[in-house]
Design a protein around this ligand. Structure first.
Ligand code: PMP
Length: 406
């Protein structure tokens, strides 16, 4: 099965439109991906035929909604090769998943004087919850340095590891730089000192297969909306033994076994962490997105994405005045850049006027921008439906931006 990008593009109806009279070139996939028709149809079908609350109805619609919702959990389980579907917790997204671990695991297992490691290239979602926990517990947040090219300093990491380190939380693929981190190695070294590891897979799962058991990740988190699914739903994977040992974060319906004014007992996994009515349609939409991806030739898809990114780098090197931010050897999906003598916000606005959608700013990763001593970058981020012609359109538009601004 070869990868037919033109066919794939047709699966995404939103891409077939004009912006400012120019064909839309959507290069903001790091912020959110577009949705294939299969996902839009699954959402419509759910609301048209099955909409009901889950796990509690004594009627056919509730049964159908519950089956679809729990099947979606199994689809996610298989997608990341978790051992059991009860290790998949539905959340609102990556941010909420990390907060749940920081609050729940942190409350139970992080004490005064303990150390938590994150890297200098983290998204704010993987910094702030740990800062809040450290403040609450008197623990210390330490930072694994990142090199000029945007790679994790593995020597410095080895030096930071000691038996006070109880937790390492690391991004799999940097949304600001595109760096793919050597997470299996990071996890192995953390385990050797007894630390647990969370991997922020927000930017990883849409680009290449992830196997949480092969990685031996303790926690792995991602958002549906960056994987062709709906917004407002995401995944927290955790090893069963760890999730069982963690207290619930929110109380309410769905997560309880028995409630009385003398005391309440909680459900087991996964419901212990899922208080209230969940995002049922969102979970079903994510499952449809995963099935869509599973229907593609993933090796060919990855080869296509690698080709697009390599082509973009080639063009970037030929582009006078363009400075790449993030030149790691192993990258996925992201081309972050500056145009000498211009501000990224102006570049973004002028690209938009030519139909090219990129993101500009600090990309919720202020510390790494500070390290480069820049306010932000313009970021083109690629997905399965982007073509070499999209890259050509980006660079043709950049030439016009330069003519206008310089
Ligand atoms: N981590 C990374 C690496 C991200 O790219 C993002 C989204 N930009 C997040 C975390 C947060 O994801 P969400 O806003 O979907 O919770």
């Amino acid at each position: 099965m070869a990868f037919n990008v033109e066919q794939v593009k047709q699966d995404f109806p939103i891409l077939d439109q004009e912006i400012q009279g120019k064909p839309l070139v959507y290069l903001d996939n790091g912020a959110t991906t577009q949705k294939p028709k299969a996902v839009l149809d699954a959402l419509k079908h759910y609301y048209e035929f099955d909409n009901s609350n889950v796990h509690r109805g004594a009627h056919a619609l509730s049964d159908r909604a519950t089956v679809a919702f729990e099947n979606a959990r199994s689809t996610v389980q298989q997608f990341i090769n978790a051992e059991q579907s009860k290790e998949i917790i539905w959340t609102r997204g990556t941010t909420e998943s990390i907060n749940i671990v920081a609050q729940s695991y942190g409350t139970e297992f992080i004490d005064k004087g303990d150390q938590i490691l994150v890297s200098a290239m983290e998204h704010h979602a993987n910094i702030v919850p740990w800062q809040m926990l450290c403040e609450r517990k008197g623990a210390e947040l330490k930072v694994i340095p990142v090199s000029e090219s945007g790679e994790l300093d593995m020597d410095a990491y080895a030096e930071l590891l000691n038996d006070k380190v109880k937790f390492v939380s690391l991004v799999h693929v940097s949304n600001a730089l595109g760096t793919v981190n050597p997470v299996a190695d990071v996890i192995e070294q953390a385990h050797a000192v007894g630390a647990k590891v969370l991997i922020d897979g927000a930017q990883a799962v849409a680009h290449f297969p992830v196997d949480v058991q092969a990685l031996d990740a303790d926690f792995y988190v991602f958002s549906a909306h960056k994987l062709f699914g709906p917004t407002g739903v995401g995944v927290l994977y955790g090893k069963e033994a760890l999730l069982n040992a963690m207290p619930p974060v929110q109380g309410g319906g769905e997560m309880i076994e028995k409630v009385s004014f003398n005391g309440t007992t909680f459900q087991g996994l996964p419901f212990k962490f899922e208080a209230g009515t969940p995002n049922i349609a969102g979970a079903i939409g994510l499952a449809a997105a995963i099935e869509y991806v599973n229907g593609l030739d993933r090796e060919a898809m990855q080869a296509h994405e690698d080709d697009i990114l390599a082509y973009a780098h080639e063009k970037a090197e030929q582009c006078e005045g363009l400075k790449l931010i993030g030149t790691a050897k192993n990258k996925a999906g992201v081309l972050s850049f500056l145009i000498e003598g211009t501000h990224p916000a102006d570049v973004g606005m002028l690209l938009d006027q030519q139909g090219v959608a990129v993101r500009t700013g600090h990309h919720c990763a202020m510390p790494i921008m500070d390290q480069y001593q820049i306010p932000g970058t313009a970021r083109a981020s690629f997905s399965i439906y982007n073509t070499r012609a999209d890259v050509d359109a980006l660079f043709a538009a950049i030439e016009k931006v330069k003519m206008f601004l310089l």
